[in-house]
Write a protein that binds this ligand. Sequence first.
Ligand code: FPP
Length: 249
Amino acid sequence: MDRTPTGLHVGLIMDGNGRWAAARGLPRTEGHRRGAAAVRRAVEAAPGLGITTLTLYAFSRDNWRRPPDEVATLMGLMESFLVRERANCRRQGVRLAVIGRRDRLPPGLIRAIEETERATRHGTRLYLRLAVDYSARSAILAAAGALGSAERCDETGFLQRVNRACHSDPETPPVDLVIRTSGEQRLSDFLLFESAYAELVFIDTLWPDFDGEDLRRAIEAFRRRERRFGAVPAEIHPLPDPVAGPSAR
Ligand code: FPP
């Protein structure tokens, strides 16, 4: 399950909106508004760089701890993004999905999610996932909780369950590359199971300044990495059974 058969799956932790705004004496919400424009630039650049799945971390489960006006701005920005970009996504062959919990989101945002997912469901050029009220640990726990005690499940099967647990297409492949902007170097509960063998690229650009060139450079850095998946490049031997785990046998 560690090798992506077709295009790349890139996960993007969009960080630095608040610092971008503070550096200009603007409210944090203005950083988020400018951040929404950067989302469009990333989505437009992705297919040309060999990316077929792009997962953007828009709102984590723990972001509910932010001040209510900031949360409301973020919810509003995501809703208007989905409504505004629906036609564009259809035209560009982008299939959009929102992963994470839905039951705590405002009704207008839930409607926008459902309509955009429906309208773009036939897109094949890019699978764009927005992670909203998302927690990787919650998704893993939900997937594990749904497994009957006598059920057998290998890693690929469990990945499908993790995908289902967060409303993603079950066939979404593991992550090849995680990019985080703003100089911070952590995963913040993002795609923890899916990123087991992902390469990590941290860049200093604050998210509102992110553009296609930043994405191109990150992909270039990724292409220079040697991905070994634990093996020695010239000799890839099969895993012995105990490594696959007792449930896989
Ligand atoms: C992190 O920056 C960013 C977020 C928590 C929100 C990301 C949201 C957007 C990019 C805009 C809305 C999204 C869409 C899909 C339209 P931060 O606020 O933590 O920045 P800081 O670390 O500098 O304070």
